[in-house]
Design a protein around this ligand. Structure first.
Ligand code: ZN
Ligand code: ZN
Length: 656
């Protein structure tokens, strides 16, 4: 291979790096010669007496607008690891907003010189409104790391990136911390890496873009763009000289192992130029995916060589169209405003307004979940914070548009926001009564509120706010179908949440009931656990079987023996641990299991997942405030727009 072929076609900073031997850069897998985004120059050094692949976990910093060089402590690497982060202007402008994350995987050589251009491409697309704002993490996967945990343990690149880096990014920045909020993209070795990580961890990454990828062949011997000796070197150091290991970690094998999960819920594309040396291997890979029944976009670019800029230029807006479809579920879906449009008729859409419980939390308000189905908009519970969150999710239209609350029970964290919805909803435009459906005791509860706010309501009526919207009605319901309007059916069922006397371990003396609800609409269904301690014989398990989605409360036991831990753990007798939830999910097998009503509110999604996994291995997400979930032919997790500045005078909310 001529040295010239291995040079980047992009301008590369002058300096010592330019003078390093190019042997390894020209190395096999396609990349090397690739200019730019991926393989841009910056070849790893190779000593004359036996080259050794580079293992520099912290790279130099590249300067570019809106790009920062950062490091984090990786457990797997046992050291600091660097990355570059692009943040869009909206990240600074909208401090209450969360952003999807693109993980960009470079080609061989480390990709540093291509970072400014890559960031510029994203920034231009975002500023032009072609894609919603995203964070772009430009990883350090080592010059020739292959995005694999090296066989000899010396460089756990896969674990550093797919586990440690993603956890760090979600813990450090305002991300959409779900699979829908993560995109893997890369070219050349980075395309191979995107396929590897995306196919191995479909629960972490929904979207996988595989461009000009290599090595995609079955054996790492003869390989495009490298001599057999070069391929041998890589095989030796990364894969331990073991073709079986190369095959075991290959995208081909991972596709076989994860075919069902990938087919069910991943967005995948494979792109390659027909003049790319990797073309044939990518055709074979595409056919492999077809045989496995894994849906994917397949794009061949005529006349395009192994060059990421040429690939992106040839894709044009198709590149961003793919990003738009990838980001649709994660980034700011359109406003939630009742009544839902006819196009939404065959889906149920949930907006998690509050995912906490009684403990105060900035991030998790009291339990309240908005349900939009066809022409109906309902609330399951109305905990503290519901007024603020409804406004953020849909402005005055939503605050005034909700007319029906389904209270699972009368605990303050579930009904503390009823007055907060009742009076402002009326003040700002609701002209019909607010109805509260709930267990026995609901009439007494609403009568108490009416009494408490008698003066306020009388006052506002005198100054001319129309009366019908000031009515607060109670509908005490028994288990069974409690609501059936416009095709939306709500079924109440009893759950085990009545108090247990700690002294006797027996039910305490208290009237009333606590419910879960199931909502059915147009063949879609979702079961809400309410508060309960679940068991295999729970009515929730019966109602949740066959439901698309089960929304479950959860309480993680508090460690230690302090007075506070003891008080917190008293409620374990009426709440559900991750283990109990996992066992119940395993019996119900919903298309998606969701945690909400999370105790303590600081519990992370990863902690809940880890605690649940031994008992349930199906799809699971931990809801966050303002997360949306659209239940249709596909399940889509997203994020409400979180508007907070709508002027009432411009809202058009008042119904006459
Ligand atoms: Zn509760
Ligand atoms: Zn409760």
């Amino acid at each position: 291979m001529a040295a010239r072929q291995c040079r980047s076609s992009l301008p590369v900073p002058r300096g010592p790096a330019r003078m390093r031997p190019r042997l390894l850069a020209c190395l096999l897998l396609l990349p090397s010669a690739a200019p730019l985004v991926t393989a841009w120059a910056q070849p790893p050094a190779a000593a004359a007496a036996g080259p050794r692949l580079d293992r520099a976990w912290v790279t130099r910093a590249v300067e570019a607008p809106r790009v920062a060089h950062r490091t984090f402590q990786s457990t797997a690497a046992k050291t600091a690891v660097s990355y570059h982060l692009y943040t869009p202007a909206a990240y600074d402008r909208e401090p209450g907003r969360r952003f999807p994350v693109v993980y960009w995987l470079h080609g061989s050589g480390g990709g540093l010189p291509g970072i400014p251009q890559l960031a510029r491409r994203f920034d231009a697309a975002i500023e032009a409104g072609r894609i919603p704002p995203v964070l772009v993490v430009m990883v350090n996967g080592l010059d020739m790391g292959m995005y694999v945990d090296w066989r000899d343990g010396s460089a756990p690149v896969e674990t550093v990136l797919a586990r440690d880096l993603v956890d760090h990014v979600d813990a450090t920045y305002r991300t959409v911390p779900t699979r829908e909020g993560r995109i893997l993209d890369g070219f050349s070795m980075g395309g191979y890496g995107a396929a590897r990580l995306g196919f191995k961890f479909p629960a972490r990454f929904r979207t996988v873009s595989i461009m000009g990828a290599g090595p995609m062949q079955e054996e790492l011997a003869a390989t495009p763009r490298a001599t057999p000796a070069q391929a041998q070197l890589l095989l030796q150091q990364v894969y331990g000289g073991d073709q079986a290991y190369f095959r075991a970690v290959s995208p081909r094998r991972l596709a076989e192992e994860q075919a069902a999960a990938l087919a069910a819920g991943s967005l995948i594309r494979v792109v390659v130029g027909d003049q790319d040396e990797t073309y044939r291997n990518n055709v074979a890979f595409h056919e492999h995916l077809q045989r496995l029944g894994i849906p994917h976009q397949w794009r061949v670019l005529p006349g395009v060589r192994h060059n990421p800029n040429a690939v992106l230029d040839a894709l044009g807006d198709d590149h961003w169209a793919f990003y738009r479809s990838a980001l649709a579920p994660a980034a700011a879906p359109p406003a939630v405003s009742p009544p839902a449009s006819p196009a939404a008729d065959s889906v149920i859409k949930l907006t998690f307004l509050g995912t906490g419980a009684p403990r105060p939390s900035r991030d998790r308000h009291g339990p309240a979940i908005l349900v939009e189905a066809g022409r109906r908009t309902l609330l399951i519970d109305a905990g503290p914070g519901v007024r603020q969150r409804l406004f953020e999710a849909g402005g005055f239209a939503l605050l005034t548009g909700v007319t029906d609350i389904f209270a699972t029970h009368l605990h303050y964290d579930h009904v503390g926001g009823v007055a907060d919805l009742w009076i402002p909803g009326w003040m700002y435009g609701r002209s019909t009564p607010l109805r509260v459906f709930g267990p026995p005791g609901t009439e007494e509860f609403t009568a108490g509120l009416r009494q408490a706010y008698r003066w306020d309501v009388a006052y506002r009526q005198i100054v001319g706010i129309t009366a019908p919207g000031s009515v607060l009605e109670a509908r005490e319901v028994r288990p069974g179908v409690v609501f059936h309007e416009d095709g939306v059916k709500v079924t109440a069922f009893p759950v085990a949440h009545m108090p247990i006397d700690p002294a006797t371990g027996r039910p305490g003396a208290l009237d009333g009931a606590t419910y879960g609800f199931r909502v059915d609409y147009a063949g879609r269904s979702v079961a809400f656990s309410g508060d309960l301690r679940v068991g295999p014989a729970s009515e929730l398990v019966t109602q949740g079987r066959g439901a698309d989605v089960v929304v479950m409360e959860v309480q993680v036991p508090s460690p230690g023996n302090s007075a506070e831990a003891q008080r917190a753990n008293v409620s374990l007798s009426v709440h559900t641990s991750p283990e109990e939830a996992g066992r119940a999910f395993a019996l119900m097998r919903p298309r998606l299991a969701v945690y909400s009503h999370i105790i303590p509110p600081q519990t992370t999604a990863d902690e809940l997942r880890a605690a649940t996994r031994p008992f349930y291995d199906g799809p699971l997400v931990t809801a966050f405030d303002l997360m949306t979930l659209t239940i249709g032919r596909h399940l889509e997790v997203g994020m409400a727009p979180r508007r907070d500045g709508e002027l009432f005078e411009q809202s058009g909310a008042v119904k006459r």
